[in-house]
Design a protein around this ligand. Structure first.
Ligand code: NDP
Ligand code: OXD
Length: 313
């Protein structure tokens, strides 16, 4: 098989570094060029223009530059070829760092101390040990499992909820719809690392949050969402923060991104905002494995990290 040509179609990412690195080993066409080009075999995408991929008559594989693939399924004309997503140590490490950072900040009362510092208050509130706090991870996949391991090493109790409820050593696991409320009832800090799919859209609602354990060593329940913004209802989170259902939240993702200037989440005293930066895709770490997969495919080897089209993750 000849070396296939690559179409690079990225929205919201600067394509130049991706282009430069891919072109060290393959011919690359940068969108908007490439429409209907029969020489293109692979598409490397982030939020590609709708119906662009369906114009490519010889497209064999779609590569997402991220772990999530909801941006690909947003396109009603996404062709029926394999979709490969990112599973990479570098990305996993970034997400683990983000989760540990946010969980420790809530656990060690960062918000309270930042407020005390502004007012020059020297006061040490009671601090519970990590072993008193239960972190519940929604989405116990590649990223959720790595975060769980790091939190266990720090001494937290860890729960995990997933579609199939696979067991994990050291984690109390729950599965599917019937496991959701028991999982939430046993959770003080909820960490969301789910993919956005038709089954998970809007799942982080007021109704869900009110099942979290709020009578706990933290003085209330905490939400950390680094999955996808449309998993949550921003208005429900605000309601939960304002009536005490939630004590605090760390949000990396939002229903609309960039978060609109008018959103009250920007200035809410109990919210910590980051701009979808929990685990950024770095081409220096991700392009090599992508190109290796193209080479392997051309040698007739099976693809790794493919997406299940039925469940869309
Ligand atoms: P995986 O596909 O490895 O894991 C997904 C997990 O979610 C699995 O445990 C799966 O269950 C579970 N899940 C999926 N659908 C459901 C459902 N309907 N009900 C219950 N559980 C469900 O994904 P990753 O861990 O690699 O990534 C997770 C997400 O993180 C990405 O899809 C992306 O949206 C987000 N992300 C965000 C980033 C950021 O910077 N904010 C960076 C990178 C990723 P099961 O194990 O049973 O299959
Ligand atoms: C991803 C992301 O899915 O960065 O990798 O959101």
């Amino acid at each position: 098989m000849d070396k296939g040509r690559v179409l690079l179609a990225l929205t919201g990412y600067h394509p130049q570094r991706w282009y430069d690195l891919i072109s060290t080993r393959r011919d690359v066409t940068l969108e908007p060029d490439g429409t209907a080009d029969p020489s293109i075999t692979y598409a490397v995408v982030w939020k590609q223009r709708p119906n662009l991929l369906s114009t490519l008559p010889n497209l064999r594989i779609i590569f997402s530059i991220g772990a999530g693939v909801d941006h690909i399924f947003n396109d009603p004309g996404v062709p029926n070829v394999p979709i490969v997503r990112v599973v990479a140590d570098n990305l996993t490490q970034y997400m683990t760092e983000y989760v540990v950072w946010r969980v420790l900040d809530h656990h060690r009362q960062g918000l309270l101390y930042r407020g005390q510092q502004v007012r020059k208050i020297w006061d040490e509130p009671e601090q519970k040990p990590a072993s008193d706090i239960s972190v519940g991870i929604m989405g116990l996949g590649n990223l959720g499992r790595a975060a769980a391991k790091a939190l266990i090493a720090l001494g937290f109790q860890v729960n995990g909820w997933s579609r199939q409820g696979y067991p994990m050593h050291g984690v109390s696991t729950y599965g599917g719809e019937s496991g959701l409320v028991p999982f939430l009832n046993a959770t003080d800090i909820l960490v969301v690392l789910l993919p956005l799919t038709p089954a998970t859209q809007g799942i982080i609602s007021y109704d869900l949050l009110r099942h979290l354990r709020c009578n706990n060593g933290l003085g209330g329940a905490v939400l950390v969402n680094a999955g996808r913004g449309r998993l949550q209802k921003d208005a429900d989170i605000l309601r939960a923060l304002d009536d005490g259902t939630l004590k605090e939240a760390s949000l990396d993702v939002f229903e609309i991104e960039p978060l609109p200037e008018a959103s009250p989440l920007w200035t809410h005293p109990k919210v910590f905002v980051t701009p979808h930066a929990a685990a950024t895709s770095d081409p220096a770490h991700l392009v090599g494995p992508m190109l290796d997969q193209m080479d392997a495919f051309e040698r007739g080897e099976p693809l790794r990290n493919t997406v299940d089209r039925v469940h869309q993750y």
